[in-house]
Design a protein around this ligand. Sequence first.
Ligand code: AQP
Length: 335
Amino acid sequence: MKRVFSGVQPSGHLTLGNYLGAVRRWTAVEQHRSDALFCVVDLHALTVEHDPARLRRLSRQTATLLLASGLDPEVCTVFVQSHVDEHVRLSYLLECVATDGEMRRMVQYKEKVVRQQEQGSSVRLSLLTYPVLMAADILAYSTDEVPVGEDQKQHVELARDVAERFNQRYGPTFVVPEVTLAEVGARVMNLQEPTSKMGKSDRSGQGVVRLLDEPEVVRKKVMRAVTDSGPGGQEVVYDRAERPGVANLLEILAACTGEEPAALAGKYTGYGPLKKDVAEAVVELLRPVRERHAELCADPAQVDGVLRAGAERARERARPVVDAAYRAIGLLPPV
Ligand code: AQP
């Protein structure tokens, strides 16, 4: 059975982008066809300025939302990264294999550095080394496939390079993972800035639909989405380059309905009716997630139990792989 690993950062409230690009596929497909591990990667949320109490709250909320979205702890492993020491143990070894140049080429690093500087914050060293910790997350589990949204593709490719280099230098130790992307919804864009991705830590919340937004809030955000003016006026065409706002709405609707964005475009003669349908489709998509989240919040012991068992299962899988890497690289085993 294939081993699948993926994670989500508790760096903000989960968004429609996280859901369509990653979580929905984990619940609908990945957990049923593989030995799958899904992780709240809380250590990654320390790479930018954070508030400790908020991080604890968001870590719990993220885990609860993963379960509310349909991850079933009977068939997959759900856990919190910092509960399994093997991630950090392996990360240091991989830092000794990855290079400074590789880290500085990461697009997300470059974007986040700019954001940090705009906010007047200093750039944490961990922001630079973040992709190495992510490689450790993946490689510690002998992962075959990593289902992510498009923005994470470069990081998974780095994990592949690091695994191959380690194996060549120190002998076969790691499985070299493949990245798998969602067919639709791989890159959901911000409703106010449709050339930037919808990110959970975006400062302006207006362009970001959060999984726990009330239906009225979702409707308002979608109805106010930026659309494009062009020679065709309000003509609805699917053109990512020339009409990014409309293309984003069509892609969201396509991801909700299973239809093709170009085919959907042909059904509309104006932006208003398109937005209305997108809003209703998103509200209906998220309704069961919100309802289940509320039920789980009423039973925190259940979530605790899932995370405790998940961490144990994850540790059992990661420990032999990380121990093997320690031996392969030349560290003296404990006596
Ligand atoms: N806009 C998006 N469209 C499609 N997929 C997306 N993902 C994130 N944003 C979009 C996918 O969601 C999974 C979890 O993401 P993450 O927690 O690792 O963080 P991220 O990729 O850095 O995404 P965010 O939400 O934008 O967080 P911040 O703002 O904190 O950086 C991943 O599979 C990701 O591809």
